[in-house]
Design a protein around this ligand. Structure first.
Ligand SMILES: [Fe+2]
Length: 496
């Protein structure tokens, strides 16, 4: 079984929507095309899948040069093919052209827009299983579904079979699109042409053939947006349809590279947080944490008085429940290493987001571990420090390896004395922290130039903070009554 994903590109200024223009010219779209290429190099569709880029503006030399360079390259589950289109019918015309060119080659077809990057692992496989389970299913929508008399897949984004496409072709002599080059300056005209006869017609044709259109049956948003274009409307739409908000590739990448952190609200659901908290607190109750001792399911380590177990506790094969305190800070802070072995965690969802982080930061090989941090009345915490260096440290390769963390708030942290995480933006790069270049150990408060303006993250349960740990950070001290629970995922570079 061979499958393909068709992605049309148009390298020029695009429509202004809600006073916002994502693409002001060809160079903005080239930046997008480069990101799409990186994304589809790694996207695991779950099947044999070729990626077909249709270039709807081959006259733009710089774009053609880039596309010529990548044409034929190997991608995760197949190869990348570039063909030239004419922009008649925009992306929907491009889909039609791709189908006409390769109709005998592929059994299943997925279509998307250039600025909606398919990211969900196995999405092709999931959509095909859905199509196979219902012979009257015409199209599986992967971006959302508009109901009513103009029932269609939003953006024409989704998957169908060769058989279904043959029926559409037999009726229309093409995959539906408007026979014109769009006038992108006239939104009203655009609606009557490329929305009605393009976006809607492209999949409404299945309903007209008496077939069904369904939303794809997957967990979470299966795509990343390129830009925060019309963000409030899209965020609400995503949440209504998928239960969470899509990542915006461009902004997330800029934030992690420029500032060293990204904040994503509502990353974990209220149910996830509640379950993690209750499972963890139940686990704590079962053990006497005052003594270092081995149990069948974990090792309890007490480091409040002396070091009982040497080495990196995260490297042991079994989960470890550690109580800290030896280093003069973080006294009575509890860390559960290898938390995923004892607590039911949404690891797959987190790993999919780590794949995105790897894309933004160009991290090719990495190791992932999960911990739970439990701070209850931890009144003395380590000052601003970094976990690794932005520059090579002679004789200490570990310090040089990149380290990112996902800090997932499991409980609300709404005031300073509850011990929020704090990060100094920009200090993860050599340019911004040269002054502290030799300072790998915690920096004293007095030495730190606080004009650098630390961010303090007062966040609700469910928020994730993704950070580059080469930037200065700390957890703020709590008052004696505060309780803070965090799920922490550590992503360590594996080579180079
Ligand atoms: Fe740290």
């Amino acid at each position: 079984m061979k499958t393909c994903l068709v992605v049309p590109f148009y390298f020029a200024a695009r429509r202004i929507r809600s006073n916002y223009q994502t693409f002001k010219g060809s160079s903005d779209v080239i930046e997008l095309a480069e990101a799409c290429y990186e994304n589809y190099l790694r996207w695991d569709s779950g099947c044999d899948t070729d990626i077909i880029f249709v270039n709807n503006s081959p006259e733009v030399k710089e774009a053609s040069r880039f596309l010529d360079k990548i044409n034929g390259s190997k991608v995760k589950n197949g190869k990348l093919i570039v063909i030239n289109g004419d922009n008649i019918g925009m992306g929907f015309g491009a889909h039609s052209l791709a189908y006409k060119t390769f109709k005998d080659k592929y059994d299943y077809w997925m279509f998307t827009e250039d600025d909606t990057l398919i990211t969900k692992k196995n999405l092709m496989k999931i959509a095909i299983e859905q199509l196979k389970s219902n012979s009257n299913l015409g199209f599986v929508a992967c971006y959302g579904l508009a109901l009513g008399s103009r029932k269609h897949a939003h953006g024409g984004i989704g998957c169908t079979s060769k058989e279904n496409l043959e029926k559409v072709w037999a009726k229309h002599g093409k995959l539906p699109h408007h026979e014109s080059i769009p006038d992108l300056t006239d939104n009203k005209k655009f609606k009557h042409t490329h929305i009605m006869h393009g976006e809607i017609a492209f999949t409404n044709c299945y309903a007209k053939l008496g077939m069904e259109i369904e939303k794809v049956a997957c967990d979470g948003v299966p795509y990343a947006r390129w830009d925060r274009d019309e963000s409030p409307i899209n965020d609400k739409r995503d949440k209504d349809i998928w239960g969470e908000i899509a990542l915006c590739h461009k902004q997330c990448k800029e934030e992690i590279l420029d500032d060293g952190y990204v904040v994503i609200k509502d990353f974990l659901s209220a149910e996830d947080c509640k379950r993690i908290k209750s499972e963890f607190l139940n686990l704590l109750e079962k053990f006497d944490l005052s003594k270092t001792k081995d149990y069948p399911e974990l090792k309890v380590v007490n480091h409040t008085k002396k070091r009982e177990v040497s080495g990196n506790l995260g490297n042991l094969s079994e989960p470890v429940l550690l109580t800290r305190g030896l280093q003069g800070f973080d006294e009575n802070m509890i860390e559960l290493f290898k938390a995923e072995k004892l607590i039911n965690l949404p690891t797959q969802k987190i790993r999919e987001h780590i794949d995105q982080l790897a894309l933004w930061t160009n991290l090719s090989k990495y190791r992932v571990s999960f911990s739970i941090y439990y701070n209850k009345g931890v009144t003395n915490t380590r000052g601003y420090h970094r976990d690794n260096s932005p520059l090579p440290v002679p004789g200490n390769p570990r310090e040089t390896k990149r380290l990112y963390k996902f800090f997932m708030y499991i409980t609300d942290v709404s005031s300073i004395d509850q011990g929020p995480y704090s990060y100094i933006p920009g200090t993860h790069t050599w340019d911004n922290c040269e002054e502290y270049s030799k300072q790998l150990q915690p920096i004293s408060q007095n030495d730190l130039d606080l004009s650098l303006d630390p961010k303090i993250f007062l966040e609700k349960a469910g928020t994730v903070l993704i950070t580059d740990q080469a930037g200065f950070h700390r957890g703020l001290p709590q008052n004696e009554k505060s309780e803070r629970l965090m799920l922490v995922c550590k992503i360590r570079q594996d080579n180079g």
